[in-house]
Design a protein around this ligand. Structure first.
Ligand SMILES: Nc1ncnc2c1ncn2[C@@H]1O[C@H](COP(=O)(O)OP(=O)(O)OP(=O)(O)O)[C@@H](O)[C@H]1O
Length: 738
């Protein structure tokens, strides 16, 4: 077992010893006359020793950040001296009585002491329980203490950043909250005055005044609450919209490798579900929290004016509530993060199934996919159950502690009235305040964990917002004229970023695309042809060597400029569920009609588009599902040509076309457009028309030259041509077989 995992046990053992030593000092004859002093001195020594112990341990306190750890030490060491001092101020049992509460004889004699001591011991027990839970969970996990994440801005500060533009609105909301809370919180005070009048029957105008003020306050308070709610909801909705927009933008700006390792369903879930949950909870629960905090302040003010002693007693129960709420809040925050991940996984299964519904149906795997989805939902259900248990326990403990507080205050208030320290009206007002106080504490306790859960959900969105895309900074070049001369110079590339030779997809690749000429890139499957295209599009960065465009490094060009000058048509081209016209002009604005027709004619697409029910306004369907594969490719070629690119990349762009259409398209491309073309094709009769041919094999350039030159060499290229004609013959033979 590691020393770090032994630390929690060591810590607890040491703490118990320290408590016993102070206990001994307490009961010793020498210290009895100065019990409070001894208690304070003992606690300071204990706190110092624990702090030194915590500092000397390399991994810090188990499952706590350093500041949380020191807070816990402070609570653990000083809550008892503080309680004892407060009790002494209230004229209640002595420190010795509290220490000796477990002795039944004393408990039987001092009933009140038991009630008050319960407050102390329950707090002590919860503090100890909290430390134990954290220690045990650290032991079970056998993992080193979780260090707070370095370099990330805390989610609350991030949320504050989004509220900054609306600060004046929040200031208005706060003002209205304060006005409304004052109105509400002044009510019990006037009720007390009415009660005094009922009991004494003196000064009849006091009754009328109190009733009038109460009526006015009710109206004013309700009105300001209405305006405040409206303003708050509208503002939080705007913030929510901004966050969602920014998260979407941040996702789009990530490099391609980011999308390779994440599934679309998960990303959609993080953009929608996480931000939705965050916004829902923040708009509701934050508003509750704001209301109750403001009420709290007025409550304390009014309670203080009634009886400071009873207020002190009420306050003594608060640490228990705080510990419970904090524990529940931490728990709910971590549960919420797990829930977001689990929901994202379930969403991913649904998104994947619906987007590949044809494959699912053709393999009759509807039941299999349902089972997979059910599996993910089961996981979500398990986490939901955990969340419900945490919520129920939190509710139960908050109700219990507020009930205990009420009983204590009633008992102590009764004593004060019989002693004549406070009037009956003051007691009535105080009890009413106490009820409000309990409900405020209860609400804060239930809202706080939910706010923490919202913060947990927000963290997922902030993770994406904070992520710096792993692409070099945008370049500065955007020359007026671009010749289109491309050079791959000793390029080596691996998708996994591992630098050993086995992981390299391209190894020391060098070739040139001459301006205005057609260069074909050929090779067997997985030889690295499409990877060259991805590097040209700057989706990935080579680990060694470089790509030059007109003699300048590719990364020095502005991204927007580069993608205007380079147009790519790939085999698996994607159309959007929009009219064909919009698919052709995708990413361009105000394109004249004749430009669209010119591009479509060059791509041999104009005739079939005109025959569609709505011509250029016909919808292409989801992923281009309402047009055939060949039609889809021709629309994609038109989309590339309308940009009048300097470099046109055709990556198996005509693979779905019949020979006649392929001939027409290639003839138009080769003869009518004047740009650099990089052609990747399996059809060797098309490849042989290229001005220059580069043969790739196992990520290296095997040979290059014109068709005639390569055929005379009789090496890799000849082999490729022969293989194509061989498969053709075999097909013929198969067809002739009886
Ligand atoms: N996104 C990716 N992540 C990891 N590896 C990849 C990725 N894309 C391609 N590869 C790997 O890179 C190698 C080259 O793939 P590439 O698509 O460049 O080959 P190709 O010559 O275009 O093949 P084909 O003729 O079959 O289309 C393959 O082994 C492939 O598995």
């Amino acid at each position: 077992m590691q020393t770090t995992s032994l630390f929690p046990l060591f810590f607890l053992g040491f703490d118990v010893c320290a408590v016993q030593v102070i206990h001994l000092a307490q009961v010793s004859l020498l210290s009895t006359p100065h019990s409070l002093v001894t208690l304070w001195v003992g606690s300071v020594i204990r706190a110092c020793l624990l702090a030194v112990l915590a500092l000397r341990c390399p991994s810090g306190l188990p499952r706590m950040s350093r500041s949380e750890g020191f807070q816990s030490i402070l609570v653990l060491c000083f809550h008892f001296p503080v309680y004892a001092t407060l009790l002494a101020a209230l004229g209640q049992p002595t420190v010795e009585q509290l220490w000796g509460w477990h002795r039944w004889d004393r408990v039987c004699h001092v009933y009140a002491t038991t009630l008050l001591a319960w407050l102390y011991w329950s707090h002590y027990a919860s503090a100890l329980l909290l430390s134990c839970c954290k220690a045990i969970s650290a032991l079970l996990r056998r993992a080193p203490a979780e260090e707070p994440k370095a370099g990330t801005t805390p989610p609350l500060r991030r949320l504050y950043h989004f509220t900054r533009p609306y600060l004046w609105r929040f200031a208005g909301v706060l003002l209205l909250v304060i006005l409304s809370s004052y109105g509400e919180m002044a009510m019990p005070h006037y009720t007390g005055r009415v009660a005094d009048w009922i009991m004494n029957k003196e000064a009849p105008e006091a009754f009328t005044n109190a009733i009038t003020v109460m009526a006015l306050l009710t109206i004013a308070s309700a009105l300001s609450e209405l305006v405040c709610d409206l303003m708050y909801t509208i503002t939080t909705t705007r913030i929510y919209r901004t966050v969602q927009e920014l998260v979407f933008e941040a996702v789009l700006k990530q490099e391609l490798a980011f999308f390779d390792s994440r599934k679309p369903g998960e990303l959609v879930s993080h953009i929608t579900t996480s931000t939705n949950r965050m916004s829902e909870i923040l708009s509701q629960e934050m508003s509750y929290l704001m209301w109750y905090v403001s009420r709290f302040v007025f409550l304390i003010f009014f309670m203080l004016t009634q009886s400071w002693k009873m207020l002190l007693l009420t306050w003594m129960g608060l640490p228990i509530c705080w510990v419970v709420a904090k524990f529940a809040g931490n728990f709910q925050e971590s549960i919420s993060k797990r829930l977001q991940d689990s929901l994202a996984e379930a969403n991913q299964v649904a998104t994947e199934t619906f987007s590949h519904i044809k494959t699912v149906k053709s393999f009759a795997n509807e039941d299999g996919e349902t089972e997979r989805y059910r599996g993910r939902l089961d996981n979500t259900y398990r986490i939901n159950k955990l969340e419900s248990v945490a919520y129920a326990v939190n509710m139960w403990s908050s109700t219990l502690s507020s009930l205990a507080m009420k009983v204590c205050v009633l008992y102590y208030g009764g004593i004060l009235v019989t002693r004549g320290d406070v009037s009956s009206g003051d007691l009535v007002s105080f009890i009413l305040y106490e009820l409000q106080f309990s409900s405020a504490v209860e609400s804060v306790m239930t809202s706080y964990p939910k706010v923490r859960a919202a913060i947990g959900a927000a963290e997922k969105s902030f993770e994406i917002l904070d992520r710096k895309p792993n692409v070099p900074a945008d370049g500065h070049l955007c020359p007026q004229h671009l010749k289109g001369c491309v050079e791959f110079r000793n390029v080596s590339f691996s998708y996994s970023e591992k630098t050993d030779q086995n992981h390299f997809v391209l190894k020391d690749v060098s070739f040139k695309l001459n301006p205005g000429r057609i260069t074909a890139l050929v090779g067997r499957n997985s030889s690295g042809k499409s990877t060259c295209v991805k590097l040209l599009e700057r989706f990935y960065q080579p680990q060694a060597g470089g790509i030059l465009l007109d003699g300048q490094p590719l990364q020095d060009y502005k991204d927007q400029y580069l993608h205007q000058k380079i147009a790519v048509v790939s085999q698996d081209c994607v159309l959007f569920a929009r009219p064909i016209r919009e698919n052709i002009t995708y990413g361009l604005e105000d394109v004249p009609e004749d430009e669209i027709y010119r591009a479509a004619k060059l791509a041999s697409a104009h005739d079939f588009i005109m025959k569609l029910p709505n011509g250029y306004d016909t919808d292409a369907g989801e992923g281009g599902g309402q047009v055939s594969g060949g039609q889809k490719q021709r629309i994609a070629i038109a989309r590339a040509l309308i940009r009048r690119p300097t470099l046109l990349i055709l990556d198996c762009a005509t693979s779905d076309l019949d020979s006649h259409t392929e001939y027409l398209v290639n003839q138009a491309l080769f003869e009518q457009i004047n740009c650099t073309v990089l052609l990747i094709s399996r059809n060797m009769s098309v490849v042989e028309k290229a001005d220059h041919i580069v043969v790739l094999g196992d990520g290296t350039v095997k040979e290059e030259g014109s068709h005639a030159e390569l055929m005379t060499k009789g090496s890799f290229y000849t082999e490729l041509v022969k293989t194509e004609s061989k498969s053709f013959h075999r097909q013929e033979k198969d067809e002739n077989d009886p």
